[in-house]
Design a protein around this ligand. Structure first.
Ligand SMILES: [Zn+2]
Length: 390
């Protein structure tokens, strides 16, 4: 059934001057223009007066099976069945908030893969989900509680092959320590260049993208040289690393919201003191790295790390407010959560409003380029694959 949204400002994600009509159904966007062509038999009209239409938002880094508790680790002891039900709840919250696509960056026992398949089969409602399966980490390294520990290039190769066999969409590789694992340092390198290169080569052969959790400079550089598709977090970037990333088209997914909420709430809210200390210690460098990457022209895709303490599913668009606060233009921020993210994820049919694209769109009251916070507060309608969700 064809639906038309009329009288609307269209951000495709760039502003389409003098165009105000989009016609779509579940097979995709049929027309974008000034009025509705005669041959299109529209059954439902939505008046978009006073609203803006943007592509559905894409968060390139979430942990959909984790609740944003002060200390997420106790719930990791729950059964896989329980964790998958939490994931379904979090997926729906994210979709209702306008996030029609999420990339999950690591879950226990392939619960993420089951959730992705359940959404695809229509068993539970949720966004398009790309999932990594178990992250590859060194023994005792960051993420080991839900990861696959590997300690040589051969083991890394096997670990990557296991995730691909389980139908992971992306391979997640831990290049450094991190904030939320006790006893590991964010700045310290973990998996070696050789281990990461082995895992990346398996992903490349399978036509899949790779992502690295990488905070310290040595680990980031190792991962970029190993051919990683995106650097997640990137606390300690350097000009040399940014040069390499720009030349190779390596994305930064900064996840500014993750340390923001840890520092904002602190130990008094129940976040482990060691995590708060690590977040505080790296926070200034993290923001500076984000600004450096912008100046140096590194491609940037929006990602939140939702599921870390107080980093709630459904509040993902707060990351865009932070990106703008730290110097990104609102239109670049919107692009980072739409067309740029689609590019990072390797999805050619989403991230833009244009004829032939999948109909993933959100209708926002007001103009989010005037005030990016409207993407948190004023979403009126979410459309995923031509179906009206809210
Ligand atoms: Zn993460």
């Amino acid at each position: 059934m064809l639906t038309a949204i009329t009288n609307v400002n269209i951000y495709a994600p760039e502003f389409l001057d003098n165009q105000s009509v989009v016609v779509f159904d579940q097979t995709g966007i049929k027309h974008v223009g000034v009025d509705i062509p005669d041959h299109l038999d529209v059954k439902l009209y939505i008046d978009g007066s006073g609203c803006s239409l943007t592509p559905g938002l894409i968060d390139s880094h979430v942990h959909i099976t984790m609740d944003p508790d002060p200390d997420p680790w106790p719930k990791l002891q729950e059964s896989d069945a329980m964790i998958s039900l939490r994931g379904a709840k979090n997926a729906l919250q994210s979709l209702r908030a306008g996030f029609t696509t999420l990339r999950d960056m690591g879950a226990k026992n392939h619960v993420d893969i089951a959730l992705r398949n359940a959404i695809r089969q229509g068993l539970v409602p949720g966004p398009r989900l790309l999932v990594s399966g178990k992250c590859l980490c060194m023994t005792g390294g960051h993420g080991w509680m839900m990861g696959r520990e590997v300690d040589s290039p051969d083991e890394a190769r096997k670990g990557a092959r296991e995730q691909l066999k389980a139908t992971a969409d992306v391979i997640k590789i831990m290049a450094t320590g991190g904030v939320m694992t006790p006893g590991v340092e964010p700045g310290a390198a973990q998996l070696t260049y050789e281990e990461m290169a082995a895992a990346v080569s398996e992903a490349v052969k399978a036509g899949k993208k790779t992502a690295t959790h990488a905070q310290g400079s040595t680990g980031i550089r190792n991962a970029v040289l190993a051919g990683i598709s995106s650097v997640e977090h990137g606390f300690y970037l350097t000009e040399e690393i940014c040069d390499l990333m720009r030349q190779r088209g390596t994305f930064l997914v900064a996840t500014l919201a993750a340390p923001h909420w840890i520092i904002e709430h602190g130990e008094s809210a129940g976040i482990p003191a060691w995590a708060v200390e690590k977040a505080r210690h790296s926070s200034a460098a993290h923001v500076e790295s984000f600004r450096l990457a912008m100046r140096e022209g590194v491609p940037i895709a929006m990602g939140t790390d939702a599921g870390t303490p107080f980093n709630a599913h459904g509040k993902n668009a707060f990351e865009l407010e932070l990106m703008v606060r730290y110097g990104m233009s609102p239109s670049d921020a919107l692009a980072s959560a739409t067309v740029r993210a689609a590019e990072l994820l390797g999805l050619a049919d989403i991230g833009r409003i244009a004829t032939g694209m999948a109909a993933d769109m959100i209708l926002v009251e007001g103009d989010p380029i005037e005030d990016i916070r409207l993407l948190q507060s004023s979403i009126r309608t979410v459309i995923k694959n031509g179906t009206i969700i809210t």
